[in-house]
Design a protein around this ligand. Sequence first.
Ligand code: GNR
Ligand code: NI
Length: 167
Amino acid sequence: MAILKILQYPDERLHKAAKKVERVNEVTRKLVRNMAETMYAAPGVGLAATQVDVHEQVIVIDVSEARNQLKVFINPEIIASSGAEECEEGCLSVPGIYEMVRRAAKVTVCALNEKGDSFTLEAEGFLAVCIQHEIDHLHGKVFVEYLSQLKQTRIRAKLKKRLRETM
Ligand code: GNR
Ligand code: NI
């Protein structure tokens, strides 16, 4: 297994759209294992392949307290959503920045698991937030894009400055 490098905002590659996985095979499962290891080590509650510069539709999520309930979503699609809720979000690609984001309160997601079998999941609460946050990554969207232009400019400046200082 391996810990993968997580792209840091602002990086152009975070805005690439991920392609569908055509066949779920050993290569896909190896990516899933490495992404899970990277997410747990970070630590984070979710990770999208886009964040590790792999532009394929693969997501891992674990919102459990004990960190032992890994959820894998390949080619995920939100087929229904309802309600609205605000939650404070953070992102491993935007370290140290936490902002309120408004999203659907409940989502139904259809995806493949790591065996390639299709499943449907209804989610609400924090899991629903994470699913939407991760699917956004696959579409090339980072949560800061929901904020005002002023806030986005400030966040970019802050992260670029931090990047310079740690070089
Ligand atoms: O670790 C993470 N925490 C988090 C908190 C609130 C809303 C979304 C998230 S996802 C984030 C990990 C990450 O960046 N996934 O893309
Ligand atoms: Ni994120």
